[in-house]
Design a protein around this ligand. Structure first.
Ligand SMILES: [Zn+2]
Ligand SMILES: [Zn+2]
Length: 117
């Protein structure tokens, strides 16, 4: 990729430029003035919004790259912003259920986490 800028997210880092997030599932969009003003989360406003949206609706808004862990044996699956959190879920699910779990990164690459032993 020719993109060697140090802004991989494309999210403006100026607070004058309030980011807008949309969600296809909700059919809505939000500006992040609340996150920026009330919660003072600054450049993490998008991530904070995504986490809050997930907590309250069970899904992430558009344009948020997530890691997925999908069990190959039961309907359990999760999405996480952090690879470490997705991997931890996959490993604990495998450990407790002896199920194999597919771990899907933000590029769609899949690795399988097998239960230990
Ligand atoms: Zn939504
Ligand atoms: Zn399972």
């Amino acid at each position: 990729m020719p993109d060697d800028s140090d802004d991989p997210t494309g999210v403006p880092d100026s607070v004058d430029d309030t980011p807008i997030i949309s969600c296809e599932r909700c059919g809505r969009e939000w500006d992040l003035a609340y996150e920026l003003d009330e919660m003072a989360v600054g450049n993490q406003a998008v991530q904070q919004f995504a986490l809050d949206h997930h907590r309250h609706t069970g899904h992430f808004p558009d344009g948020v790259e997530t890691w997925q862990a999908v069990c190959r044996h039961c309907p359990e699956e999760i999405q996480r912003l952090e690879s470490s959190a997705a991997r931890r879920w996959a490993e604990t699910h495998a450990r407790h259920t002896t199920h194999s779990v597919s771990l899907v990164d933000t590029d769609g690459e899949t690795t399988v986490v097998d239960p230990p032993g």
